[in-house]
Design a protein around this ligand. Structure first.
Ligand code: TRP
Ligand code: ZN
Length: 861
């Protein structure tokens, strides 16, 4: 198990400038013939060391001469004393049909498909499999003409033909030098949807979307989304597409969301296939945003790529930020912002608090696949967003222009990105760049003090130590800040330190001075979630309600109510009451927004168990879960008439995925989820299900029924399961609902579902839907007091790890968050982690996370 360090980076000893591949596809003996043009980098005398794993080398020549002094290990091909420039040819065979890890070239459901990021190309042929080695590729794919009519690779198709043994071939050329992780090859029998796009400079681009046979009616939305993304990148960033053809392939077996291979994106089918009958509004949203994300990578990732994998956030943080901007433009700002804040608070803050804590640019890695994290992606995007806030829209665009001007065609670092930004601003980005090296969640404290004729508000920062870093420094934080009183009047500080609603907290603390007012001033902090930080401030329920009623920023308004809900739940945890006046305040606050469906739906969502965990330590799962249940139940009982009135005020015509309808439909379903807790509404829920003409409402009804337990939930689930029994993507929603249901016999229920004809441990979507939903979201089942939930997950992971380590390592996450819980749970969780660690042949992926977790002595203890 070898740790790799960012500080140890060395440029490659050799460059590979041109690659020619000829691939003859065969289920258990695919032949990969590779011809590499190699040049020594500098004047050293090092051996040529190429990466390679699970390859069977059958031929090797240099400049057409047989090689016999080479050495083959489990992970490398080593050739001593090579020249300064030469042609290396190898032939290897590989077995795609036994590849269940879904890395490299694999065959599933009759489709050949590659996944090379991060280090999968080395499972296809011997290579310098690192992102700073850029080459042009010419790839010829041979395959059976009947079984594999479609043969694809990167770039433009340049030639094709038939062989006389029933096979055919297609030759592809990608003129843009690229790292090996962007290589792709796909072969199969697909249905094809085509279109064209004319770029801002009038170039015609062919668009091709490949889907499973019979699924054409689910492809149009993705194709339209692609065109919207292409147009948006031209309009907002002046970036144009650079090949004659752009292909997207949807596959059913995929470890992640999608992959930005140059000119040939490969997608998890769940992020391509969507029509109103099978996809929810949320699915449509996700398709559009993932399509955009992969498209935007063409510039932020492909044209400018990463020097090494520690720089992953260079492309991912930036591309997530870009896809978030795009989605906000296509849909709406507020609900997007809240969605991302939920991800940060529920998952990223939890990662910071765990043994896996790392900066957005990690310093140490055992298995790179473990670092495709919410920290690198989502906190990375928050860091870019702060730059955007600091530089302003035009300043940020100027910085991006400079970044492309300097680095197009290069493999660069996060520091290179920040320098490009620095060249267009006077702000001190050296200080700002600590966000790249420091891990952890900063805590911002806000305190108030009256002093004579003034009020002093002190804002200070502190980042608690994390598992990976003891010492923390002060960060450069743009903090949304304003000050109101109970009537909503706004105040400005005497020195004008808050400008354009932002306080630049660039030191440990800053004190703001305000003229003394009759009523107490209320600081409104973190407008629009301007930084990925936690706020520590004691506001009482009246002040939180005042913020909800009067603050300018809708994020602040929503957040104030979330804090109030959190406070109410902690009252119940402590066996206390929630005052009548608070319920009254809540009622009038919510009814003041009863026609603003967008804000209202968000405000009607009670913080999840996972979010509540973030403001607590030493968690007693049973108590917290029961307190939350008590609160949501009382919420539904008290507000039933108002909720029913909202439900009835929303009526929608035939289904359209259109922003206004989406917002109204969401509100209706959020309201129904509350109503569904009350037995007397079971008929309403049933009716919602029966009358639904779309998947959003159907699923809304099921979720509402799930809140009410057993009846009519079981009957509706049976009907749904029967209706969709041959549609695995839809069935995933059903698996996931089953897995998150609170029931005594949940474990035997899960076991029964694993025997469903559509379930397969080899398919990551199925595994995530069933096992992942259970481990991440079934609070009472997973955290069962006797530890049976933990044990169940562990048994499953031991099995899964032997075929797909990448997915197993992701699903181990809930167990590695033991430090949140009380001793009882901690002990049971660590017992299972220890059992995992004892497994013989454990993957690097699972080993890295489990061993770190067990070695971590939490400061929370
Ligand atoms: N680069 C991909 C994205 O962000 C992520 C990805 C897809 C990936 N497949 C993967 C990362 C497999 C690691 C392994 O869009
Ligand atoms: Zn990405």
């Amino acid at each position: 198990m070898q740790v790799k360090r960012r500080a140890d980076y060395q440029p490659p000893a050799f460059f590979i400038t041109n690659v020619e591949l000829t691939v003859h596809l065969h289920p258990h003996s695919t032949r990969v013939q590779s011809t590499l043009h190699i040049k020594r980098n500098g004047t050293h005398q090092h051996d040529l060391v190429l990466d390679g794993e699970q390859l069977n080398l059958v031929e090797i020549t240099i400049d057409n001469q047989t090689v016999d002094h080479h050495k083959v290990t489990d992970t490398a091909l080593i050739i001593p004393s090579v020249g300064d420039e030469f042609i290396l040819s190898t032939v290897c065979t590989i077995a795609p049909d036994s590849n269940k890890a879904l890395e490299g070239l694999y065959l599933s459901n009759g489709v050949y498909c590659t996944q090379c990021e991060a280090e999968g190309f080395r499972r296809i042929t011997y290579f310098l499999d690192r992102p700073d080695v850029l080459a042009t590729y010419q790839v010829t794919v041979h395959g059976d003409k009947k079984v594999l009519p479609t043969l694809l690779s990167n770039g433009n198709p340049v030639d094709k033909g038939d062989n006389d043994d029933g096979t055919h071939w297609v030759k592809w050329h990608d003129p843009h030098p690229k790292p090996s992780y962007l290589f792709a090859l796909v072969a199969g029998d697909f249905d094809l949807l085509t279109d064209t796009y004319t770029t801002m400079n009038g170039k015609q681009v062919a668009l091709e979307l490949y889907v499973d046979k019979g699924k054409l009616d689910r492809g149009q939305f993705a194709l339209d989304s692609l065109k919207r993304a292409m147009k948006w990148d031209e309009q907002v960033y002046g970036l144009e597409y650079d090949l004659e053809i752009y292909m997207v392939v949807a596959v059913d077996f995929f470890n992640m969301g999608a992959m930005e291979n140059k000119g040939l994106n490969v997608f998890n089918s769940k992020f391509v296939l969507a029509n109103p009958a099978t996809a929810t509004d949320e699915d449509f949203f996700n398709v559009e945003s993932v399509i955009a994300h992969e498209y935007f990578h063409n510039w932020t990732g492909n044209r400018v790529t990463c020097r090494d994998w520690f720089q992953l956030s260079l492309k991912e943080g930036l591309t997530v930020f870009r896809d978030q901007q795009f989605s906000a433009d296509m849909t709406s700002e507020l609900s997007n912002r809240i969605k991302h804040v939920r991800v940060i608070r529920e998952h990223q803050f939890a990662e910071d608090a765990s043994a896996m804590s790392h900066p957005i640019r990690p310093d140490e890695v055992i298995e790179m696949n473990n670092f495709y994290t919410v920290t690198v992606y989502d906190k990375g995007a928050e860091v870019i967003r702060m730059l955007h806030t600091l530089l302003g829209k035009d300043g940020f665009r100027a910085g991006m222009d400079e970044y492309f001007k300097r680095h197009d065609g290069q493999a660069v670092t996060c520091d290179d990105f920040v320098s490009a930004m620095q060249s267009v601003t006077d702000l001190n980005l050296t200080h700002f760049s600590k966000w790249y090296s420091q891990s952890g969640t900063p805590e911002i404290s806000v305190t108030r003090k009256r002093e004579g004729d003034k009020t002093l508000i002190t804002v200070s920062q502190r980042t608690p130590a994390t598992a990976d870093q003891q010492e923390k420094e002060d960060l450069f934080i743009p903090l949304g800040f304003s000050c109101i009183d109970a009537t909503g009047q706004q105040y400005q500080d005497r020195a004008g330190k808050v400008t354009n609603g932002i306080l630049l907290l660039d030191q440990q603390q800053i004190t703001l001075t305000y003229d003394q007012q009759e009523s107490e001033l209320i600081p409104v902090v973190l407008a629009n979630f301007s930084a990925p930080v936690r706020i520590k401030q004691s506001l009482d329920s009246t002040e939180l309600l005042a913020i909800f009623l009067h603050a300018n920023d809708d994020f602040n308004r929503w957040d104030a109510l979330q804090q109030l809900y959190d406070w109410c739940i902690s009252q119940y945890e402590a066996n206390q009451q929630v005052d009548e006046t608070i319920w009254e305040g809540l009622k009038s606050a919510l009814s003041s927004e009863k026609t603003n469906f967008e804000l209202l739906s968000e405000c009607l969502i009670i913080p999840s168990f996972e979010t509540l965990c973030q403001s607590r330590t030493n968690i007693n799962v049973e108590t917290l879960n029961a307190a939350r249940e008590q609160f949501v139940r009382e919420f539904a009982e008290r507000f039933e008439p108002e909720l029913l009135a909202i439900y009835q005020s929303i009526s929608l015509a035939d289904y359209h995925y259109d922003q206004q309808d989406v917002i109204a439909r969401r509100c209706k379903n959020v309201v129904l989820a509350h109503l569904g807790r009350l037995q007397q509404n079971s008929e309403l829920v049933q009716q919602h299900y029966t009358q639904s003409d779309n998947m959003t409402d159907t699923l809304g009804a099921l979720k509402a029924a799930q809140q009410g337990h057993s009846d009519p939930f079981n009957a509706l689930m049976d009907s749904f399961g029967e209706r969709w029994k041959s549609d695995p993507l839809v069935l995933d929603k059903w698996f996931s609902l089953h897995a998150t249901t609170e029931r005594e016999d949940i474990l035997s229920h899960l076991t029964m579902l694993q025997a469903h004809p559509q379930f397969s441990i080899e398919n990551p979507n199925r595994v995530r839907a069933l096992i992942g939903s259970f481990a991440f979201y079934n609070t009472s089942g997973f955290h069962a007091l006797d530890g049976s939930g933990y044990e169940y997950l562990t048994d499953y992971l031991i099995n899964l790890d032997s075929s797909n380590p990448q997915v197993a390592a992701r699903l181990v996450t809930p167990l590695t968050q033991w430090q949140r819980f009380n001793k009882h749970h901690q002990h049971k969780m660590k017992t299972q982690l220890a059992r995992l660690l004892e497994q013989e042949g454990l993957s690097n992926d699972v080993y890295e996370k489990v061993s770190k977790s067990l070695a971590y002595e939490s400061s929370a203890e």
